[in-house]
Design a protein around this ligand. Structure first.
Ligand SMILES: [Zn+2]
Length: 73
């Protein structure tokens, strides 16, 4: 019982830390080109040559915020 409670708290803490990182540092490394903006074909389309991509969590956050804003107009 105590162990599962600790695991839940740990998972919650990890999720919060991830959300905070998405909020504070919205850009992550591009994993298609390993953040150098170029891939085998030359130009990396995944990050448009910047080597940085918006994190998934940040996209979810932005999508949620957009939904909220559109819903409360
Ligand atoms: Zn890239």
């Amino acid at each position: 019982m105590t162990l599962s409670l600790a695991a839940t708290a740990l998972g919650l803490a990890a999720a919060l830390a991830y959300l905070f990182r998405c909020w504070a540092f919205p850009y992550g490394r591009c994993w298609w080109c390993r953040s150098d903006g170029r891939n085998a074909a030359g130009y990396c389309n995944a990050c448009h040559g910047t080597g940085r991509r918006v994190r998934l969590g940040r996209r979810l956050y932005d999508a949620a915020r957009r939904e909220y804003r559109d819903g409360t107009k």
